[in-house]
Design a binder for this molecule. Structure first.
Ligand code: PRP
Length: 183
């Protein structure tokens, strides 16, 4: 942000405690569903880094952790619709139970792309965990097995891993961001 730009306005939407409770509930469900199995959790960078870190610490099953990095927004507040892989995961996924861990599902195009990429590597199963899910503009072709919170009204949210122009990822809560020029 340049010194002459007005800072965006932030309206708190979800507190740290609300998020922690929801992560605990999702983790409990994952523990039940994958009991006796080994899970491979793949965090979709960068936005998922806090959700993944919190979620895997609730798990009591064996978990391998990997990351893939995609970009569809750049510095914009609207998805470009074009998914780019900036960093691929390591090793084979053949025969593994894969959990894709996403901070937010907006259009669903990132996950449509990644699901196909992962299926091609012959895992035993694929499932999706997403902390925030926008309602209304979904084009996701796959089920969201573990969903944190639904978002109505298409807010642009930041915090808990999510950014605007690289900032606000470190907030322990989630806020709606409104740019000065749109107010
Ligand atoms: C965001 C978010 C998801 C994706 C969701 O990532 O973290 O990965 O967009 O949008 P979609 O459902 O419309 O595809 P972004 O591309 O901004 O990268 P980042 O995680 O590094 O911020």
């Amino acid at each position: 942000m340049s010194p002459s730009e007005k800072p965006p306005s932030l309206t708190p939407l979800f507190t740290r405690d609300e998020i922690a409770l929801r992560v605990r509930a999702l983790g409990d469900a994952i523990n039940r569903d994958y009991a006796g199995q080994t899970l491979t959790a793949i965090g979709i960078l960068k936005g998922s880094f806090l959700f993944l870190a919190d979620l895997v610490r609730v798990l009591n099953i064996p978990v391998a952790i990997d990351f893939i990095q995609t970009s569809s927004y750049g510095d914009a507040t609207e998805s470009s619709g074009e998914v780019r892989i900036l960093r691929d995961f390591e090793g084979s996924l053949a025969g593994r139970h894969v959990l894709l861990v996403e901070d937010i599902i907006d259009t669903g195009l990132t996950l449509n792309y990644l699901w196909d990429l992962i299926e091609a590597r012959r895992p035993a199963s694929v499932a999706i965990a997403a902390m925030f899910v926008k309602e209304g503009k979904q084009r996701l072709n796959h089920p969201i097995r573990y969903a944190g919170f639904a978002l109505v009204g298409d807010p642009f949210i930041v915090g808990y891993g999510m950014d605007y122009r690289g900032l606000y990822r470190n907030l322990d809560h989630v806020a709606a961001l409104e740019l000065e020029e749109t107010r």
